[in-house]
Write a protein that binds this ligand. Sequence first.
Ligand SMILES: Cc1cc2nc3c(=O)[nH]c(=O)nc-3n(C[C@H](O)[C@H](O)[C@H](O)COP(=O)(O)O)c2cc1C
Length: 327
Amino acid sequence: MNTRITSLLNIVSPIVQGGLAHLAYAELAAAVSEAGGLGQITAMSLPSPDALRTEIQKVRSLTAKPVGVNFAIGQHDRPFEEMLDVAIEEGIAVISITGGNPEPLIRRTDGHDMKRLVLVSTVRQAQKAEAAGADAVMAVGQEGGGHLGRDDIGTLVLVPRVVDSVSIPVLASGGIGDGRGFLAALALGAEGVEMGTRFIATKECLHAHAAYKQALIQATEHDTTVIKRSLGTPARVINTKGSAYISELEKQGVGYEGLQEYISGRNNLRFIYEGDAEHGFGWAGQVVGLIQDVPSVQELFDRIMGDVNAFQANMQKIFQGKQQRCC
Ligand SMILES: Cc1cc2nc3c(=O)[nH]c(=O)nc-3n(C[C@H](O)[C@H](O)[C@H](O)COP(=O)(O)O)c2cc1C
């Protein structure tokens, strides 16, 4: 498959593994890149520039294929400029930026052989990213897992709106987990997809606790909630007792002071690393409704790309009136 994204990122299948805070380390990133997509290490999961350098060197020992580094710059306790310098020194081919104005990081990479992807949730953000020099944008709809835009625009509307509003290539994100979603994204004008939640339920996502993966399998599309809306930073979680308590506190209007302890990184790790659903929470998108197993990343890629061929044939039959439903 050739799209502007496969050429830009020098990959075989236009599937990017999204930044996954505290989950996207060398093993997962290498598995995605080895399978033909773009794997990423998440800088915010690492405590220091030196730790990022070690992680990049680890991923290099696992794959020679392109790998990206994700910068969620809303997290102000990391020295992102220095971490970016490490990524440049280590010859990282792609970065992705989310959570704030991407321009300073993009300027810092000017003159280096590095592609810059920016995660956006509105047309305006996409246009600003293009003007700032982004090479592609990933348009994430409100179905997605983790932090979202404030405007609740779904992937099905956001992606074609962004495609029509910028000239750089667009990846669709939010709610994609199988070949049907992948094909739908291409039909919307995207030239690739970004997936987050689906990659947590893979064998190579070593850091996710078995209880988190099991919860993703058991959940239906009804079993996620947006929390932190009262703070202006909405983010989608899988329902746990910990997340229900956060929602309850938000209803009571306790504000940041009252929420701080419960939305902390520590409580995130309690669920995703320790499986403690009583007190902890974990990000996940509505695509949980489509997750039924924990394959290897290679099996997932084979399934998606295999389904693309089968579904294309099925759609042809639908157009000819020989079949009622696609899949
Ligand atoms: C557990 C989790 C952690 C995430 N952490 C980050 C992050 O650190 N940086 C980032 O750019 N996006 C992050 N995201 C968003 C994903 O990269 C991706 O945009 C989103 O998951 C797409 O929606 P999907 O979950 O429906 O595939 C996270 C998502 C999840 C589910």
